[in-house]
Design a binder for this molecule. Sequence first.
Ligand SMILES: [Zn+2]
Length: 375
Amino acid sequence: MAAVAARKFEFEILATAAGGARRGRVHTSRGSYETPVFMPVGTRGTIKAALVGQVAEIGFEVILGNTYHLMLRPGAGVVASFGSLHGFTGWKRHMLTDSGGFQVMSLGAEYSEQGARFRSIYDGSVHTVTPEEAVALQELIGADIQMVLDVCTMLPASRDKVERALELTHQWAKRARAAKSRQDQAQFGIVQGGGELDLRAESAKFISDLDFEGHAIGGLAVGESRDEMLAAIDSSVEYLPDAKVRYLMGVGDPVGMLEAIARGVDMFDCVAPSRIARHGQAMTFGGKLHMKNLRYQRDDRPIEEGCPCPACAGYPRGLVRHLLNVGEPTAGTLLTLHNLTFMHRLIERARAGIVDGSLGALVAEVRGAWDVRPD
Ligand SMILES: [Zn+2]
């Protein structure tokens, strides 16, 4: 590591709106990025079907890497041999790595006080990750922000199960905070508590006492309704200090994201925009379009009028539909670039809406377009 004094990780609030929304800027040892921010997910060293240069061109300032995948393939040591995940992937701007907690939960991990035990999806080999090892792995991979290892539960879950997961999550958060050694990397704690609002509040108080650089709200968008999700966000945000950045993990559906922004959440990630792109779905301000539909066969309009993405700049809907239906990988690239551009435009409109007071109108507009699903 270069012996340069690291700039303190700071969250600057530029404007606020009624209800708690914040327009902000995060300062780090790499530079700064604007909030609210959506982070595309580069699961295995790349955003699927897009190049990092294209993702930067759209305007994204932060992407996410998955520690679970990178530790198994190619291995954290291999990534570190390129200096960092930045050197390995070619991405020049900010990066955040998750701890792998969500992936190991989805793959049926066993939890003990020591850590999480899980099987590799690649070769079935058994691994155990402790909170301290999750810190060490993320320090080796070297993103700008690392996340603590937590215990996430799918919902609905019994209160007993959520309480047990929370107890471990809190013990592990303390251990992860003590294990952190890199000064040029920020570390975020994660609030859990399932759909139990009193446990969410308790968790937010516990995690904020550990003095992390930022706070995440985890364990949502895992089977609960949107209203249940928003109630859990409210109960968490109420006890998280305003002066630190807030990250809602794994939520990137347009309505859910805007509702969370309106409640004071600043950072988001989600695989959905690129995943549904590869399945032929386009995200637009008019709702979701299923581009394989016969109605687009002779449609010479772009996916969305006024969209500045490479797909809308030169390719008619009829071509996108054709490429999808014959299985050309270029269809996935075109729709990924479009959907990511939509997410960035949505975030830019949310930022402007916080400043000029029109965020509520934007939430209503997008809710109207997306909740009725016109296509
Ligand atoms: Zn477009």
